[in-house]
Design a protein around this ligand. Structure first.
Ligand code: ADP
Length: 401
């Protein structure tokens, strides 16, 4: 059983071909900087001596459709791929960000499901359209192959009403189902399960704060293995500061801006989703560029990092108060896995909470799961590379069964 997993982010496309007979990865790839002047594709292949082990491309990827076509050409290419043709793929698993109120569980994709995902695009304007293009192109290129959608919202379904309800008129929940849904659920669940294994505890015994820090950032409070709160809300705009999204702001800023600057809702949405966060403060949203600029004396870049770290610290405090005795902080995703400076600064000053990081253990990018707390730290600090693709492949398999 070969499963092709497609995980499109706002400006990236991760893909993986897995052989589920033995759980091995046949090819894995990442297209970065989609929509920018020059994008980058890197793919790693495993089986087959005649194949290239590494495939690199520096070229423009104007949109996700273009990226998908290139990816499928490479995966099935004579030199660049690991399979002879698209016909070798048995199933495709797609990460879909917002399932809305009708799509909470992983499900087989048909026209009805596609229509429902499209209906939910307004709730997740940066991701659902990208996910849909992935699905549409995959359905064209792999016609007849079963395709499964795995939703980011699933892990957060265990939140109690006190956490998922907003303090606005109850009728709005009844009428429009306005509530906290949360996102990145596949990633939070995966790292929570891995963390339990690393701590030598059962999955339903651990109390964790999981930090998914990528371009989009979210945190989850996990009590006894179940999500009890998460920082994103009705949409992925809420919570901690992100690459281009504001995270939490005073909601009254919106009518204030409309009145003072005559902006309409579309313009406000664009500002808060695409021109805010790190980018809004310093003009850049790639943390590598921001660190480089800050180290060169760019004060706005330095402020952006300060704000980012501070917003994460505040959520740790909030979630520490509701999880019960905390077993571990778990860092994951692009920044969480690779950025030792952010990890160190997030944990700095939390020693009174029993959180103490070891500078040597923390140093560098982490390609495999590792504990980086200091000896004697009451709370473990784990860096666990997320593996949404494996989690999606397993979910795809279980839907097909
Ligand atoms: P998403 O899936 O939300 O698009 P990712 O999880 O791929 O995002 O994370 C993207 C973020 O990770 C970017 O801000 C990028 O700068 C950051 N990142 C990737 N590698 C590094 C690194 N070596 N050091 C610091 N930040 C990094």
């Amino acid at each position: 059983m070969k499963i092709f997993v497609i995980n499109s982010g706002s400006s990236s496309l991760k893909y993986q071909l897995l052989d589920m007979e033995n759980g091995s990865v046949m090819a894995t790839g990442l297209v970065e900087r989609i929509g920018e002047t020059v994008g980058k594709l890197s793919q790693k292949n495993w089986p087959g001596e005649s194949r290239q082990a590494e495939v690199e491309r520096e070229m423009p990827f104007p949109d996700h459709r273009a990226a998908m076509h290139t990816v499928v050409d490479l995966v099935t290419g004579t030199d660049t791929g690991v399979i002879a043709s698209a016909a070798e793929i048995d199933a495709i698993g797609h990460r879909v960000v917002q399932g809305g109120e009708t799509l909470f569980k992983s499900t087989l994709i048909d026209d009805d499901v596609v229509a429902k995902i499209r209906d939910n695009c307004h709730l997740s304007p940066l991701h659902n359209p990208a996910n849909l293009v992935g699905i549409e192109v995959a359905r064209e290129l792999f016609s007849g192959v079963p395709q499964v959608a795995v939703f980011d919202t699933e892990f957060h379904q265990t939140m109690p009403a006190e956490a998922f309800m907003y303090p606005i008129p109850y009728e709005l929940y009844e009428e429009l189902r306005i509530r906290r849904y949360g996102f990145h659920g596949t990633s939070h669940r995966y790292v929570a399960q891995q963390a339990a294994a690393m701590l030598g505890k059962a999955a339903d015994e651990v109390n964790l704060v999981t930090l998914h820090l990528g371009n989009g950032c979210s945190m989850a409070a996990v009590r006894k293995g179940k999500c009890i709160d998460t920082s994103m809300g009705l949409t992925p705009l809420a919570g901690v500061m992100m690459g281009t999204r504001s995270g939490d702001i005073d909601p009254a800023i919106i009518p204030f801006l409309m009145k003072e600057k005559g902006l309409d809702m579309g313009q406000i949405d664009d500002i808060l989703n695409k021109k805010s966060g790190l980018k809004g403060i310093c003009g850049m949203n790639d943390m590598r560029d921001i660190h480089a600029a800050a180290h060169d004396g760019d004060t706005k870049a330095a402020l952006a990092v300060d704000m980012f770290v501070y917003s994460i610290k505040k959520y740790i405090g909030a979630y520490y108060a509701v999880t019960g005795p905390l077993d571990a902080l778990v860092f994951t995703a692009g920044i969480g896995e690779n950025d030792d400076e952010v990890r160190a600064r997030v944990c700095a000053g939390l020693e009174h909470l029993g959180i103490s990081i070891d500078p040597q253990r923390n140093a560098g990018r982490k390609k495999t799961a590792i504990a980086v707390q200091a000896d004697g730290s009451k709370v473990a600090i784990l860096v666990i590379p997320t593996n949404e693709e494996l989690a999606i492949a397993k979910a795809t398999l279980s839907v097909l069964k």
